[in-house]
Design a protein around this ligand. Structure first.
Ligand code: NDP
Length: 447
């Protein structure tokens, strides 16, 4: 490892040893950059790594809200404005009880490189709260969102910071947040993406992360002269990303056989088809039910309480779409033993370092989330463009743009990997391509 990288990582570990996910993300990215840093001393001279691993700004605030019985609760709210070298901060809000500063720093850091890869002018940020929307009434979720935005509004803006959704923040939450922003500011700003179509959203935004990930897998397979047609796929999660991953897999002739949530996994040996997927859309987005109900409805499926999909069935493809570190080294080995030839990440950092090592040792195709799930933020960028010109593009137009962006991320990652001596390594390629653009912009802009 390059000495400069080793020194920065060591300092970081000494300063915040408890921020495990952030350290994991920083180590993954920085370890990929040795060849770039060896070839040009300007990055070290300008202290680029030291600056990149510290957010430009972190905002931490209290979020008091009342439940339906009138009882008061207080959650923590955050916005991590990580890097604005190539555009306004952009990245989702996550509402989940596990949220803390270390997790949001890991997500914000990843977002910087991901946004750079999209080719659109967006910096990186992330935010959220340890609030758990699960089991809350609409009224309680609205109370929470109103209180969250009562503080956040002063830190965001169309040219400053444009949040979006993530785990626990879907169309309902974006609606409440946008309404409160508008009431306070008295201004219809393009300050959030993931809005509903009728009031400023973009066609294909809900689909974009899942569709984009499947397009990316398609590009990877094509480098081996292979296609998705007839391939069995394991998908985890059953939220936004998982649902549209399954939809696109079905459309392109693959056979998705699993979905999961934090309680367990269903495996449907006959495959999840369009009709079964419609049941999942209603179950998860309207009824807000658990995935175990799928196995009660469809006898071809079996439910595995407390299990993740990896290793439960043979499959050529794995598209993890739930959360970070959901595939460990053992899971990765089980996937490979069961015939997996391609892992394309819909979630952010779903594979542990041991899992990534196993993919590399087995020489299977592997795309890191910052490349393969970038379709979501890219289409958010397209939503911002449509808001700015006050026009809406058609479904076909947005889908075509999304598809082209995924093709260009794939090409840029592959080219950067080859240029720096690791051909076919999408992780190195994505990190290098994402890094160079942001680092060069930081140098151009001084300090
Ligand atoms: P949703 O909230 O819509 O769905 C999340 C899904 O993952 C749910 O099924 C949830 O189950 C499951 N899940 C969450 N946490 C855990 C956990 N700790 N263990 C097991 N299952 C879990 O979120 P999204 O679909 O939007 O996001 C999924 C992933 O994709 C995240 O990593 C996110 O950062 C990433 N991503 C999302 C983008 C987007 O556009 N939405 C863009 C790029 C990346 P349960 O209901 O039980 O909690």
């Amino acid at each position: 490892m390059n000495k400069y990288v080793a020194r920065v990582l060591e300092d970081l570990k000494a300063k915040q040893p408890w921020e495990k996910e952030f350290l994991q993300a920083a180590e993954e990215v920085l370890s990929s950059l040795s060849a770039v840093l060896d070839s040009d001393s300007k990055y070290e001279k300008n202290k680029i790594l030291e600056r990149m691993v510290v957010p430009e700004r972190v905002i931490l605030f209290q979020v008091p809200w009342a439940d339906d019985k009138g009882e008061l609760h207080v959650n923590q709210g955050y916005r991590v404005q990580f890097n604005s070298a190539i555009g306004p901060y952009k990245g989702g809000l996550r509402f989940h009880p596990s949220v803390n500063l270390g997790i949001l720093k890991f997500l914000g850091f990843e977002q910087v490189f991901k946004n750079s890869l999209t080719t659109l002018p967006m910096g990186g940020g992330k935010g959220g709260s340890d609030f758990d929307p699960k089991g809350k009434s609409n009224n309680e979720v609205r109370n929470f969102c109103n209180s969250f935005m009562r503080e956040l509004y002063r830190h965001i803006g169309p040219n400053t910071d444009v949040p979006a959704g993530d785990i626990g923040v879907g169309g309902r939450e974006i609606g409440f947040l946008f309404g409160q922003y508008k009431r306070i500011r008295n201004s219809y700003d393009s300050v959030l993406t993931g809005k509903a179509l009728e009031w400023g959203g973009s066609l294909i935004r809900p689909e974009a992360t899942g569709y984009g990930n499947v397009y990316f897998a398609q590009e990877m397979l094509a480098t081996k002269g292979d296609t998705l047609e007839g391939k069995t796929a394991l998908v985890s999660g059953s939220g936004n990303v998982a649902q549209y991953t399954v939809e696109k897999l079905i459309q392109l002739g693959a056979k998705p056989i699993s979905l999961s949530d934090s309680n367990g996994t269903i495996i449907d040996k006959d495959g999840i088809d369009a009709e079964k997927l419609a049941f999942v859309f209603d179950l998860k987005n309207n009824k807000r039910g658990r995935i175990s109900e799928y196995a009660k409805k469809f006898p071809t499926a079996q439910y595995y309480e407390g299990k993740r999909p990896w290793g439960l069935a043979k499959a050529e493809l794995a598209l993890p779409s739930a959360t970070q570190n959901e595939i460990n080294g053992e899971n990765a080995k089980a996937l490979i033993e069961n015939g997996c030839i391609c892992v394309s990440e819909g979630a952010n950092m779903p594979s542990t370092p041991e899992a990534i090592e196993a993919y590399k040792a087995a020489k299977i195709l592997y795309a890191p989330g910052k490349a393969s799930n970038a379709g979501g933020v890219a289409t958010s960028g397209l939503e911002m463009s449509q808001n700015a010109i006050r026009l809406s593009w058609t479904r076909e137009e947005v889908d075509e743009k999304l598809h082209n962006i995924m093709r260009s991320i794939h090409k840029n990652a592959l080219e950067a990997a080859a240029e720096y001596g690791t051909p076919g390594d999408y992780m190195n390629g994505a990190n290098i391509a994402g890094f160079k653009k942001v680092a060069n912009a930081m140098i151009d802009q001084g300090y």
